[in-house]
Design a protein around this ligand. Structure first.
Ligand code: CA
Length: 231
């Protein structure tokens, strides 16, 4: 079991079995004003997520006991949509993390800069907590988006999107017909500039389309440019 460090910006749960990495992440998050609880195995991590109700979870994938992806799945299955940021060991884990229906909000590949990790945690929290500037309901094709309640409906059925997926879809739907580049979407949805490519946008778009099912075609790929929502 780990220990809790207090902080004014809310508690971040870090589940990481490599002690040096956990210590570094804790140090940087604490410096930023977050409280931190570190758990070093998957079962303790899931228990801590349920007991401590953190504002965000940073989950390593390969852990003793439950894996990071299993922790995330169990949280989502129980209706817990706390933002989750995965630490992935290899690039080839990325598709698995974002592509499966895990409800991940972001990921960062090891080795990572702790500053970058902190920036991502802040960005994820900003997205979740910021007031919706445009609270009017949006509509593209058969997809209806209610920003005030943060729900998406297709033909009357609620589509369960992560906060990142919701923001991505809402961003496109706010300006139907306008083409957004991947860099623009990264900046406005994720809150950071593209550093090592924009594949995260593509995998999240694929995920939103998969969840929209028959309505997936409202998001159109504009080859060589980016994405647009059909008016
Ligand atoms: Ca590990």
């Amino acid at each position: 079991m780990g220990t809790v460090t207090e902080g004014s910006k809310g508690l971040v749960l870090v589940v990481e079995d490599e002690r040096p990495i956990a210590d570094l992440v804790r140090m940087y998050l604490v410096r930023e004003g977050f409280g931190v609880h570190v758990a070093d195995d998957g079962d303790a991590g899931l228990a801590a997520a349920r007991r401590l109700r953190p504002v965000a979870c940073v989950l390593d994938i390969a852990l003793p006991g439950l894996s990071g992806t299993e922790i995330c799945q169990r949280l989502r299955q129980s209706g817990d949509w706390t933002p989750v940021l995965f630490l992935t060991a290899r690039d080839d884990e990325v598709d698995r993390v974002v592509g499966l229906e895990l409800g991940a909000d972001d990921y960062i590949t090891k080795p990572f800069s702790p500053r970058e990790l902190v920036a991502r945690v802040r960005a994820v929290l900003r997205r979740v907590t910021r007031p919706d500037e445009a609270a009017r309901p949006l509509r593209v094709g058969s997809v209806r988006i209610d920003p005030s309640r943060r729900i998406v409906l297709v033909e009357g059925s609620v589509v369960a999107l992560t906060s990142t997926e919701f923001d991505l879809l809402a961003r496109l739907a706010q300006r139907p017909g306008r083409v957004f580049t991947r860099e623009e979407l990264l900046a406005s949805v994720w809150g950071y500039a593209a550093q090592s490519g924009t594949r995260t946008v593509d995998v999240h778009i694929a995920q939103v389309r998969a969840k929209l099912g028959a309505a997936a075609s409202v998001i159109r790929t504009v080859r060589g440019v980016g994405y647009t929502a059909d008016a």
